[in-house]
Design a protein around this ligand. Sequence first.
Ligand code: ADP
Length: 304
Amino acid sequence: KLLVDRYLKGEKLGEGTYGIVFKAIDTKTENTVAIKKILIGKDSKEGVNFTALREIKLLKELKDPNIIELIDCFPHKKNLHLVFEFMETDLEAVIKDKTIRLTPADIKSYVQMMLKGLAFCHKKWVLHRDMKPNNLLIGADGQLKLADFGLARMFGSPGRNFTHQVFARWYRAPELLFGSKQYGSGVDIWAAGCIFAELLNRKPFLQGSSDIDQIGKIFASLGTPKSSQWPDMVYLPDYVEYQYVAPTPLRTLFPSASDDALDLLSKMFAYDPKARITAQQALEHRYFSTLPAPTIPSQLPRPR
Ligand code: ADP
C-alpha cells in the first residue's frame, strides 16, 4: 500500500502514547523510515491535536546528529503521519541484553551522544522532558538519537507553568517530585544522570514504586538535601520534611566507575537545579577528555 504516492507501508513496529508506529520504505529515497500515526479525528481530545502540532513544529526546527530527524509529515484520512528516520534499536534494549558487555569507553560514548543531543535542544530552549532509555534510539551506524518529543515544550518564558507528571518516574528530578512548576533544563540532566547510572550498573538506579517512594529512594541513596545545598527546596508546593539520611558515597553505589565518571555523575545529581551541571558544561568535563576515549559509534556493541 502506497501512502501519499511515496511510502510503502510495512510491518507494525510498536504502539506509543499517541498511536501506532509502522515501518515503511520511502520510495523517493529508498530509505527505511518509521511512520508514527496520530489520530486527529473529531472524537479525539483537543489536547492531542495541540500536542501533535507542537511535536511537529519542534522537530522540524531541531536538526542535529543526536536528535531523531523528522523527514516528513502529512495528514491521511483521520490521521496525522509523522515520518522519522528508522532506528534499529534503543538504549533500553542494549542495557537489557546481558550478552552485551559495555566497556567504560562504550558507556562514555553513549553518555556523550546523549549529552550532545541535550545540549543542542537546550541551546534552542527546548526541553526533552521525557528522557528514558527507550526514548534514546540507536541507528544502524550506532549513533544515539533523542526521540519522542511528544511531551517536549518550549521553555524560557518566565513564570510559565508546566504540568509535572510527564517523566517516567524513575528518571524524574527531585524538583518535579516536589511539585515545581517552573522547572528547566535541569530535569533532563537529572534524567540523563539516571541513565548514566543505569549504564554503569546495568539496572535502573532509583526504582520508586510511587512518587513518594521515588523521593524516598533518591534520599536513601544520595542523602537528604541540606537546606544550604538547595535553599529553594522549602518553597516547593509539595515539599515535606524528611528525616535525615546520610548520603552513600557514589564510589560505593557504582564500584565499577572511574573517579572522573563519578565526579560528573555527582554534578548531574546536584539537588539544587540551579547548581546542577548543564549539558554543555558536562560535555566539557574531564571525563570526556581523559582516557579511555569514547568508542566510535559504529564500533559500539549492538543487540541481536
Ligand atoms: P512512546 O510514545 O510510548 O514513547 P513511540 O510512539 O515513540 O512510543 O514509539 C512506539 C514504538 O515504536 C517504540 O517502542 C519503538 O519500538 C517504535 N519506534 C518508534 N520510533 C521509531 C523509529 N524512529 N524507528 C524504529 N522504531 C521506532
